[in-house]
Design a protein around this ligand. Structure first.
Ligand SMILES: Nc1ncnc2c1ncn2[C@@H]1O[C@H](COP(=O)(O)OP(=O)(O)O)[C@@H](O)[C@H]1O
Ligand SMILES: O=C(CO)[C@@H](O)[C@@H](O)COP(=O)(O)O
Length: 558
């Protein structure tokens, strides 16, 4: 009998589900759903870096995508052994005692503070700073030490502290808080009591200061100095955490019916998109897997023996089993990657699109076609032009920190910048400078890993930008001076989630066996162009100096 698994990958703008054959990892069906409320910009305020998402966007997307992959594939629901959900993170949301997201209750249904606080929400910069100050001075354990030594406003406690202070009604109604991946997994298994939900090791270890050596989450004495509410919340969170090769339970009747699946389907413990992506991208020791989408996550694994007692400085954590159980998962990344390019696209096309929409010369279907064409083709067009620019001709230099800097050394206050503009700086030259900048940001992460003694012998790229942009990938190979293999799978994080499901569902004994059997391999390699490498090295050095200057003037301005 054939066995199938489903991987569900929640990204920033959309969720996708894939139905995969456990024998060879072949994807039989795949479906994507764009979040409708998010697309309308509801509950968000980009000027204050407030990015919230309504859980209904996620639950509707789950139902639609899973039902569609079942329909498309025509497989017998009873042959779907297991499923696993990965999400962005840290993206926590408040829930009541029955595990219901507060945003689903009438009294909170339009309150942004009751929504899921998306990873890229930076409203808690002040609170992250407080956590860092306290961790260094309170006299006890520095709880940030396994998280690169700097806590970020993108993470769990900073976000909860911010909402607790800002909105006492939400804080009082929040019996517990759950990472998005744990919330969806608990919903699927019908786990009502948040204290019974199996919480993700990946989410807890990388974002919530969870570590076995101090018995789980930070001490109440520490949390109470931030806010008494956090100390009492600790009792309503969790102590144990679980890796995604483990089962969180089986589908409850309500969700089995909704999805058209069987109640015997096992639901694996949830995880983050990037970590699932590294599994889908067949991560091995000393390979840097770059998940290149809106942001990047740079994921590695290392053995306990290699890492020993080393604390890797300035990254987003070193966590036992966060990627492949039995190894330590290391995470770094950039808060803006494809997003930097999307920002530029909107900047240069926004007013023209507005004029088209107001035009009296076009009817509404012509306007719609034209706007869609601009939105779909602008980055492609700019990339074609930018590919013609030799790196040594580039006089424009940019910094990629328009959404702050995640690693090395998180500082979300940092800003982007562009230098060297002249009357000859056309759209393609500025675009090229931004592409160079996001690649230099990646180089800085590679340099940090190496400075910290973590060897990088090969690089794998996956995610939307790795699949779509020859310009970015070739520039990246030239800047890193290393070949980059691109994962074949169009949906590598969802494939990785499917691999976890195959282990939790008992098809494979461990994650490595699932990777070996289900890996889709690589379909392209970008090789460094020796002619470009030296020119990029010179620009990279300028980027570092420019970065030091900008950091000295914007690093503390909110
Ligand atoms: N042709 C292109 N060149 C460069 N970047 C692109 C191109 N097309 C899309 N992108 C970028 O890809 C990003 C989306 O990546 P994707 O992996 O699909 O999403 P997510 O990060 O939500 O998982 C967007 O930020 C977008 O700007
Ligand atoms: O930070 C993490 C995981 O730790 C990601 O969820 C976050 O960067 C969002 O990823 P995407 O850009 O949506 O792929």
């Amino acid at each position: 009998m054939k066995h199938y698994v489903i991987g569900v990958d929640y990204g920033t703008d959309s969720v996708r589900s894939v139905l995969v054959d456990t024998k060879d990892g072949k994807t039989l069906a795949s479906e994507v759903f764009l979040y409708p409320r998010w697309r309308e910009g509801r509950y968000c305020n980009p000027s204050t870096n407030q990015f919230r998402q309504h859980p209904l966007d996620h639950l509707e997307g789950l139902t639609q995508t899973v039902r569609k992959v079942m329909e498309q594939s025509g497989v017998d629901p009873r042959s779907v052994k297991a499923m696993c959900v990965d999400t962005t993170g840290s993206s926590p949301l408040p829930v009541n005692e029955q595990g219901v997201a507060l945003a689903m209750l009438p009294e909170f249904s339009s309150n942004p503070n009751a929504m899921m606080v998306l990873w890229k929400d930076h409203t808690a910069i002040g609170e992250a700073d407080e956590i860092n100050q306290l961790a260094r001075t309170w006299g006890g354990e520095d709880f940030t030490k396994y998280e690169g030594g700097i806590y970020s406003s993108e993470w769990f406690w900073a976000k909860i502290l911010h909402i607790t202070r800002k909105d006492p009604a939400v804080a009082n109604a929040a019996y517990s808080w759950m990472e998005h991946c744990d919330y969806v997994t608990a919903t699927l298994t019908g786990t009502v009591d948040p204290l019974q939900a199996k919480r993700s090791r990946c989410a807890a270890g990388h974002k919530a200061l969870w570590h076995e050596s101090w018995g789980g989450l930070p001490d109440k004495a520490f949390l109470s100095q931030l806010h008494p509410g956090l100390a009492s919340l600790k009792d309503r969170l969790y102590t144990d955490t679980f890796t995604s090769d483990e089962s969180a339970g089986t589908l409850c009747k309500e969700w089995a019916d909704r999805l058209g699946l069987s109640e015997t389907t096992i639901v694996a413990v949830g995880t983050f998109d990037a970590h699932a992506g590294a599994v889908g991208g067949q991560v091995t020791a000393n390979t840097l897997v770059k998940v290149m989408g809106t942001s990047t996550c740079d994921i590695m694994i290392t053995s306990y023996e290699t890492l020993g007692n080393k604390l890797v400085k300035g990254i987003c954590g070193q966590v036992d089993g966060s990627v492949v159980p039995g190894t330590i998962g290391l995470e770094a990344g950039q808060s803006g990657f494809g997003d930097v390019l999307a920002w530029y696209k909107n900047l240069i096309s926004g007013p023209a699109i507005q004029l088209i929409q107001e035009s009296k010369h076009l009817d509404s279907s012509q306007k719609e076609l034209l706007v869609r064409e601009i939105e779909e083709k602008l980055l492609v067009k700019l990339s074609e032009e930018a590919l013609k620019i030799h790196p040594s001709e580039s006089a424009v230099l940019a910094l990629d920190w328009i959404n702050g800097r995640r690693t090395p050394d998180a500082n979300q206050l940092l800003k982007g910048a562009i230098l060297g503009l002249t009357m000859g700086s056309d759209a393609a030259k500025v675009y090229k400078a931004l592409v160079d900048a996001i690649c230099f940001g990646s180089r800085r992460i590679v340099d940090r890993f190496r400075q910290e003694g973590i060897a990088i012998d090969s690089v794998v790229g996956l995610g939307g930008v790795a699949k779509k942009s020859v310009l970015v990938m070739q520039t990246m190979a030239d800047v890193l001076n290393m070949p980059i293999k691109v994962a074949t799978s169009e949906q590598a994080p969802a494939l990785g989630a499917a691999m976890y499901a195959a282990v939790a569902g008992g098809i494979y004994p461990h994650v490595q066996a699932a990777i070996d059997a289900m890996g889709n391999g690589f379909d392209k390699t970008y090789t460094p162009n020796p002619e470009h490498v030296a020119a990029y090295q010179q620009s990279y050095e300028k980027y570092l100096s420019f970065g030091d200057f900008i950091e000295s003037i914007t690093g503390t301005i909110s």
